[in-house]
Structure formats: structure tokens, C-alpha cells
Design a protein around this ligand. Structure first.
Ligand code: PLP
Length: 373
């Protein structure tokens, strides 16, 4: 059966060049990067070259990039360290962040009794910036943790505006850039941000590897103790092939960004046009969304709602649930629950997310299949 993958916000297929690079590194660079002999030094050189490649595309210093196993790990580490080591007493976030952020904050609140303020979003997913400004006018040692692009709706936060407010108030700013790194230009030298996190598998790289950007002069404490790897901040023998694969994936993403972004934007426009033709009452969840994510509310009856993902899966189509109620036991999406009315939440929302590997024909098949449900 033909398989159609329209779930690229969840993860992306690895580019062949990235696989080739990783195989090459696994074959030729088996040394322990901490060993002082030439075989170890050669592995270490792969890591440092990768770090420089990543830093070059994000316009920061290589020393500001710290490799981790995932963005989840990076976020846990940064937020925990902010509370434990920087004396942060308050975290400002929003209810539509990824669970990597939300559950870390809940754990920190439980352990350290810190104050947590949640910003609301409106029905378009737009953040309450005036409240952020108001909160930041209070004299409390704060870290703000707000994402760049929402992984469910694709809504884009104005991180320049958030960063400027944080800078003015001398608050730290941690930004989850998992959905935007490799998909849009980011100049970390200019952007008023202290920490960002990324995950290779979102930009056609391998799983189990990510990184944190930690602004120069901010000294974090380790979350994992052991050897001196990653300045002693993240002990454990480095995964040389994954680091090399991530750097290759980021390099290819940025080298092909202009044409791939144009291609993917067209796919999204085409997909919504086809959906609108088939289901005139279809609506988009979120305003001003990122070019690779389309979250739609479908005007389906409750009976159809229950089985929609299952039926698509049976036809080989992979998309993500956007809202509740497509299966009685699944909890509603915490993101859409903040944006939609009860009535809208009861209808099926789907997150369709694209990559340059998708085609218009796949979208035709997807829409035809939806029509048949
Ligand atoms: N933040 C966002 C916005 C994400 O979409 C994801 C992945 O789903 C994560 C964080 C977690 O990333 P990782 O898979 O590296 O743990």
C-alpha cells in the first residue's frame, strides 16, 4: 500500500546524504573523543567541526552550542538550572507550550515552590503580549519560556518582541525553537534570546540528538554528572555519528531553504484549497501560521469524528490528531483546548504537516480519502 506521510511536525524522514555521512563517521571515527591519541582526536575533530557548522548557520559562537540527546533534555536542563543556579523565582510561560516545557515547569514548581504565570492565547492562538509586559514590569527574578512556532497549530510567536521585553526587564528568555530551526533563518547574534533548543529529527536528521544554544557568559551547572564532555555540562561519551548527522542535516536544510520553503508553502496552499473545495465549511485553527503546518477543523459529524484517524491510517495516510474526541479515550489537545469553543473541540481537527518530500498528488489522495470517510 502507498504510504503518505503528512506528519512532519512530529518527525521527518532522514535525508540520504545525512545517512551517508553518519555511516561514514561510524565506519571511520570509532575513537572515544576524550582519548588523547590520534584516533580519539579524530573523533573529537568531527564533533568540533559539527559544532562550528551549526554555529555558522545560526550566527553564534561554536562555544555556545551544547549537544544533548534531545530538545526535551535541553529544556529540562536549562529551566532547572535557571531555578537552581540563577536564583530564578518565577517562570512565565503559556499554556500552549510543548509538554517538554510544561511538565518540566510543573516539576520545578513542585520541588522549589517557584511562582508560575501562564499567558493565555486568543482564539487565533495569539499570545497575550500586554500581560507579558505587565508581568515583566514587576521586580521578580524571572525566566520567560515561550516557543517560536507552535508544533500543533504552527502559530508563530513574535520572539523579537518577547526577547526585547525580557531584555528590558532583565529577565532570561528560553525559546523552544524546535519547529523553526532549519526551517527559517535565525540570527542568534541579533535575536534577544538567552537559550534556544533544537532537535535534529525535526529537520531531516537523526533521532536522539539535539542541542542547546546557551548565550556566552551564562554558566549553567550540569544535569548529568561524569566526565568533562561538553564543558562538563553534559557528561557522557558523545554520539559522534549523530552529532555529525545533525550538523549535515542542518547544513542541507539551510542550503536548500529558499526552494524548499517555497515548495512547501505551495503545498500548504494547495492542500487548503483542495480541502476548501471538498468541504466548504473547513476552517483553519490559528492565524498567521508557519508554512509547513496546517491545522484544520473539519465539519464532520460526531460518528465520523470518532474514526477519522483510524480510517486515514487504514489508507496509508499519516497525519496527526488536532483535537479531542477522535477517539473517546484520548484527551483533548491542550493547545486547541485553549483556542476553541467546546463545540468546535468536539469536531475533528487534523494537523497536516508537510516536507519537501510531499507532492500535490499525495494531497489529492488525502483529500479524496477524507471525502470517502
Ligand atoms: N518542543 C517542540 C515544539 C516539539 O515539537 C518537540 C517534539 O515533538 C519537542 C519540543 C521535543 O523534542 P525532542 O523530540 O527532541 O525531545
Amino acid at each position: 500500500m502507498q504510504k503518505i506521510y503528512l506528519d512532519n511536525a512530529a518527525t521527518t524522514p532522514i535525508r540520504q546524504e545525512v545517512i551517508d555521512e553518519m555511516v561514514k563517521v561510524m565506519q571511520s571515527e570509532f575513537g572515544n573523543p576524550s582519548s588523547t591519541h590520534s584516533i580519539g582526536r579524530s573523533s573529537k575533530a568531527v564533533i568540533e567541526t559539527s559544532r562550528k557548522t551549526i554555529a555558522r548557520y545560526l550566527h553564534c559562537n561554536a562555544q555556545e552550542i551544547v549537544f544533548t540527546s534531545s530538545a526535551t533534555e535541553a529544556t529540562n536542563w536549562i529551566l532547572r538550572s535557571a531555578v537552581k543556579d540563577f536564583g530564578v523565582k518565577r517562570i512565565i510561560t503559556s499554556r500552549v507550550e510543548h509538554h517538554a516545557t510544561l511538565y518540566t515547569i510543573l516539576a520545578l514548581q513542585d520541588e522549589f515552590g517557584i511562582q508560575v504565570e501562564y499567558l493565555n492565547v486568543d482564539c487565533d492562538g495569539v499570545l497575550d503580549y500586554p500581560r507579558l509586559e505587565k508581568l515583566l514590569s514587576e521586580d521578580v527574578k524571572t525566566i520567560v519560556s515561550l516557543m517560536h512556532v507552535n508544533n500543533e497549530t504552527g502559530v508563530i510567536n513574535d520572539i523579537n518582541r518577547i526577547g526585547a521585553l525580557c531584555h528590558q526587564a532583565k529577565a532570561l528568555f528560553h525559546c523552544d525553537t524546535v519547529q523553526s530551526i532549519g526551517k527559517t533563518e535565525l540570527d542568534l547574534q541579533q535575536l534577544p534570546v538567552d537559550f534556544v533548543v533544537a532537535s535534529a529529527h525535526k529537520f531531516h536528521g537523526p533521532k536522539g540528538i539535539g542541542f542547546a544554544f546557551v548565550r556566552k557568559n551564562l554558566v549553567l551547572q550540569p544535569m548529568i554528572f561524569g566526565g568533562e564532555q561538553e564543558k562538563g555540562w553534559r557528561a557522557g561519551t558523545e554520539s559522534v555519528h549523530q552529532i555529525a548527522g545533525m550538523a549535515k542535516a542542518l547544513e542541507l536544510s539551510y542550503e536548500h531553504l529558499t526552494e524548499e520553503r517555497a515548495f512547501i508553502s505551495n503545498l500548504k496552499t494547495y492542500c487548503f484549497g483542495q480541502l476548501k473545495a471538498a468541504f466548504p465549511a473547513v476552517e483553519v485553527n490559528g492565524a498567521a501560521t508557519f508554512y509547513n503546518i496546517l491545522n484544520v477543523l473539519l465539519p464532520f459529524s460526531p460518528e465520523k469524528t470518532a474514526m477519522i484517524l483510524f480510517n486515514l491510517d487504514m489508507k496509508g495516510i499519516a497525519v496527526s490528531r488536532g483535537s479531542a474526541c477522535q477517539s473517546g479515550s484520548i484527551k483533548p489537545s491542550h493547545v486547541l483546548a485553549e483556542m476553541l469553543t467546546e463545540e468546535a473541540l468536539a469536531k475533528p481537527s487534523l494537523r497536516i504537516s508537510f516536507s519537501h518530500y510531499n507532492t500535490n498528488e499525495e494531497i489529492d489522495y488525502f483529500v479524496e480519502t477524507l471525502k470517502g470517510i
